[in-house]
Design a protein around this ligand. Sequence first.
Ligand SMILES: CC(C)(COP(=O)(O)OP(=O)(O)OC[C@H]1O[C@@H](n2cnc3c(N)ncnc32)[C@H](O)[C@@H]1OP(=O)(O)O)[C@@H](O)C(=O)NCCC(=O)NCCS
Length: 162
Amino acid sequence: MMYLGYNIYPYWQSLLNSFGMGLKQIDHGSREYQQMVSLRNTILRQPLGLSFTQDELEKEKNDILIAAFDDDEMLGCCMLTPINQQTLRVRQMAVQNNLQGKGIGASLMSFIENIARDKGYRNLMMHARNTAIGFYEKFGYKVSGTEFLEVGIPHHVMEKNL
Ligand SMILES: CC(C)(COP(=O)(O)OP(=O)(O)OC[C@H]1O[C@@H](n2cnc3c(N)ncnc32)[C@H](O)[C@@H]1OP(=O)(O)O)[C@@H](O)C(=O)NCCC(=O)NCCS
């Protein structure tokens, strides 16, 4: 299935919404931000034997931080880092292990693309783990350039004009 703009994930999206899933921007340093760092640690860093340094987290102060919630429980998250006036980089996309494959990632993608458009950005790009390339392709992102290593695992740059 292709995901274009406001054409959001029909089945699981509405089912999850009926359970009360909400997507929102969160503040750096807040209690929700601590939840986000914990989720990112569990999904993205611990499996690689890594964690976040205080310095890395400090650098996120000006990023747009997004999370999906069911009441107080954080289901998934991601971040947007401005690269220049036209382009945002999507980073740290993560969904709880036991909730993957249910449309939460698709909802996050749709939400951040709308935020990016609203703020006047024209492009989104990411350093996609090779294992996640198929996910981003669902939303029209294309691989550009050659493979490189980040956090010790293979990645490709992917991008899309909004
Ligand atoms: C990648 C990730 C964010 C996707 O979120 P998700 O909630 O599991 O994805 P969704 O359920 O919304 O899937 C949307 C579509 O993408 C597909 N998809 C999901 N993950 C995929 C993957 N890794 N590779 C290929 N396709 C994938 C789904 O099958 C679904 O396709 P469909 O519409 O044809 O049914 C999530 O699986 C995750 O956190 N993975 C581990 C961390 C990670 O790799 N993050 C990305 C770092 S670049």
